[in-house]
Design a protein around this ligand. Structure first.
Ligand SMILES: Nc1nc2c(ncn2[C@@H]2O[C@H](COP(=O)(O)OP(=O)(O)O)[C@@H](O)[C@H]2O)c(=O)[nH]1
Ligand SMILES: [Mg+2]
Length: 694
């Protein structure tokens, strides 16, 4: 197959809040372009993009997916992305491989939390933005209101490029403000029928057209001059200025659609013309692999050395692990040798695949500007760069934020531990937002993710693909213990059992250190009261004893231990005896030094609509949270607080119910702090009960 000319490729991601109609829009685009012969529906589980069992069951997109279609001589690679807060990083991670996004905005609920987030990120990365106002057939859908709301939020770059004909259930067409033509739709074929512009829309159309042309003309000085002199601009002039304006991000054209009724979707497709091609984008920044890591720019040139960026690893039932990759330069065929710059391993491209949701089709080659899938790579995964071994480069990877929530897991069937950890390791290769680790302190296997939903999705996959089931428990809070005052104590180990005895004797002083300082040991033995060779043994005894504090058996932190005196016996002293003496001294000293329990306190950031702010504040303070300020970014409200981890274990479901699923939060460790006495008692009780059970 001939390579696709990069000027004829368009790469777009559909982004926006959950439920904005992204998956349905992609479905309608595939159907309208003829890439699919039936219009599937999310509710029936028949769309191309929500094909995964988890997605069908939850009726939401979980993982970014790839499809392609031909339209007006262009090959459009389209990525459908999740809008649910738990999976939004999937969407943000695709932004570096596309020239444009279609931001789907629900005409009824308007701009929502994740709309804001993806918009800002796209703008920051210089990705062009098209806007589809979706659900135009629903009650209370008013196009002008949404456009106004968006303009207030994102500025004057938001301009209508089409107006809806008819309202709510009567929505049946659009007026294209560039062509100045009306299209109406019947059935769901998606093919608009050209009609005269409805007479009652004349003034609204004239006004909207003027606003569009005003804004577009600003992208081109010569054109602006001509326009200001009063000359009508030709369609070609407007289109070319529009291309420049969309590329520069000074115009984000807005169009009304109904995806499920397939109205106005072909107008969105007609905008492909104004989206920058891979050739038109600025070269992708990368660094040379190895050596001095000098910066390089990778231009979309098919005759240059190959350089690909893997932005997503998925699992396919038939092909196994499949990597979605953007070819930034050069070309690949089925047997091209590439270097993975992370692993420093060579990979053969193997099968190059065109993806249509879950459908795959093998192709022979792919060139600069295209997005394809690669099966059968050995060790390559999300974020890796594959390039010509003689010109190895590294593209910057998307940094997934650290997981916000952890659960302890135990297999439902005893003996499945190994299967569980192998399965989770494999799933982790596809999902950079999850983490699995074993906590040596609490002896629990912990799975971490962005939210409870995220973790539940992972466990569903584990069950389906690896046949193992686990129980989820809130993880134990990693408490610590420390002391509040100085104390001195003697540790004396003496034993005489037949033959040779054991003797070790030491005096230590313990002293609190500031929070976060950990542990310090001072050797203050002068005059040989303990021989030098036994001093490390004393310290070892102390350190080992500190692993289990005297209150509830948690590790001890933030103390200084000074060894200042002791005695020995020429025959009976040994390392072991001094180690035991050190442990005894420590336990005694700690008991006398006002030991206290410490708990981790987290930085919590909650994002939610304004109307939920009061409830969220109240709830956080009932969780012993201390507010650290709040911020308003458009309609998005952010509250920051410091909250003890022990109070956050059940936060995700609570936030979900308080905000009807619209809120999201992130959390990371900040510092350790004393547990209030009345709560410490409970922790001690629990520790005792656990110890008794072990
Ligand atoms: N009435 C109407 N419903 C729609 C439209 N687009 C999507 N939906 C429905 O809205 C729900 C969410 O759509 P979906 O495509 O999954 O949204 P996504 O989360 O953005 O991918 C589904 O039940 C769709 O059937 C539309 O244009 N009109
Ligand atoms: Mg979706």
């Amino acid at each position: 197959m001939a390579l696709v000319d990069p000027t004829k490729i368009r790469n777009l991601a559909v982004v926006g809040h959950r439920g904005a109609g992204k998956t349905s829009l992609v479905e309608a685009m595939l159907f309208t372009s003829g890439a699919k012969n039936r219009l599937g529906a999310v509710m029936e589980g028949t769309t191309t993009m929500d094909h995964d069992e988890d997605e069908i069951k939850r009726q939401m997109t979980i993982s970014a997916g790839l499809a392609h279609m031909d339209w007006a001589g262009y090959k459009l690679n389209i990525l459908d992305t999740p809008g649910e807060a738990s999976f939004i990083n999937e969407a943000l991670g695709t932004l570096s491989v596309v020239e444009g996004v279609i931001v789907a905005v629900n005409a009824v609920t308007k701009v929502e939390v994740q709309t804001e987030r993806v918009w800002k990120k796209a703008a920051e990365l210089g990705v062009s933005r098209l806007v589809a106002i979706t659900m135009m057939d629903r009650e209370r859908a008013v196009f002008a209101e949404v456009v106004d709301a968006m303009r207030r939020r994102f500025g004057d770059e938001v301009v209508a490029i089409a107006l809806p004909i008819g309202e709510e259930a009567g929505f049946n067409g659009v007026v294209d403000l560039v062509e100045m033509k009306a299209y109406t739709y019947s059935g769901n074929s998606g093919k608009g029928k050209e009609e005269p512009i409805p007479a009652d829309m004349a003034s609204a159309v004239a006004e909207a057209r003027e606003r569009l042309v005003d804004r577009v003309a600003e992208a081109d000085d010569a054109l602006l001059e001509k326009y200001l002199e009063g000359t009508e601009l030709s369609k070609a002039e407007i289109v070319s200025a529009l291309q420049a304006a969309v590329a520069a991000g000074t115009v984000s054209p807005v169009s009304p659609v109904s995806a499920t009724k397939n109205i106005g979707v072909d107008r969105i497709l007609s905008l492909l013309e104004v989206v920058p091609s891979p050739k038109a984008r600025k070269p992708q920044a990368a660094t040379k692999a190895g050596g001095d890591h000098a910066s390089v720019e990778i231009a979309p040139d098919a005759s240059a050395p190959a350089a690909l960026f893997v932005f997503k690893t998925i699992y396919d039932q038939f092909s196994g692990r499949v990597n979605l990759a953007r070819v930034f330069s050069g070309k690949i065929s089925t047997d091209t040798q590439l270097l993975n710059s992370r692993t420093a391993e060579k990979e053969r491209t193997g099968n190059i695949i065109l993806m249509q949701g879950k459908e795959t089709k093998a192709i022979e080659d792919a060139g600069a500007g295209d997005i394809v899938a690669l099966a059968k790579l050995k060790e390559t995964g999300t974020g890796d760069t594959l390039s010509d071994p003689a010109h190895a480069v590294v593209f910057p990877r998307y940094e997934f934020p650290p997981p916000a929530i952890s659960f302890a897991i135990t297999p439902k069937t005893r003996g499945d531990e190994e299967k569980v950890s192998n399965g989770l390791r494999r799933l982790g290769e596809e999902d950079p937002a999850m983490a699995v680790r074993f906590d040596p302190q609490t002896k629990e296997m912990l799975i971490s993710g962005t939210s409870q939903v995220h973790v539940e999705v992972i466990l569903d996959k584990l069950k389906r693909r690896f046949g193992v089931e686990v129980d989820l428990h809130p993880p134990r809070v990693p408490y610590r213990e420390t002391i509040r005052k100085k104390a001195n104590a003697q540790g004396r180990h003496k034993k005489q059992t037949g033959g040779r005895g054991q003797f070790g004797d030491c005096w230590i002083e313990v002293e609190p250190l500031p929070r976060g300082e950990g542990y310090k040991f001072e050797d203050a033995i002068f005059g040989g009261s303990i021989p030098r060779n036994f001093i490390p043994a004393v310290e070892k005894g102390v350190v080992e004893a500190m692993e289990r504090g005297v209150i509830a058996g948690y590790p001890v932190v933030d103390v200084k231990v000074k060894l200042y005196d002791g005695s020995y016996h020429t025959v009976d002293s040994s390392e072991l005896a001094f180690k035991l003496a050190g442990g005894l001294a420590w336990n005694k000293a700690m008991s006398e030094a006002q030991p206290v329990l410490l708990e981790p306190v987290m930085n919590v950031e909650v994002m939610a609509p304004e109307e939920n702010m009061g409830d969220i504040m109240g709830d956080l303070s009932s969780r012993r949270g201390r507010p650290q300020g709040s911020e308003t970014v458009g309609e998005l409200h952010v509250i920051r607080a410091q909250v003890p981890l022990a109070e956050m274990l059940t936060y995700a479901p609570q936030l979900r119910s308080m905000t009807a699923g619209r809120g999201s939060f992130t959390m990371d460790f900040n510092h350790y702090e004393e547990v209030p006495a009345h709560l410490a008692e409970k922790v001690v009780e629990e520790a005792k009960a656990r110890k008794a059970g072990e």
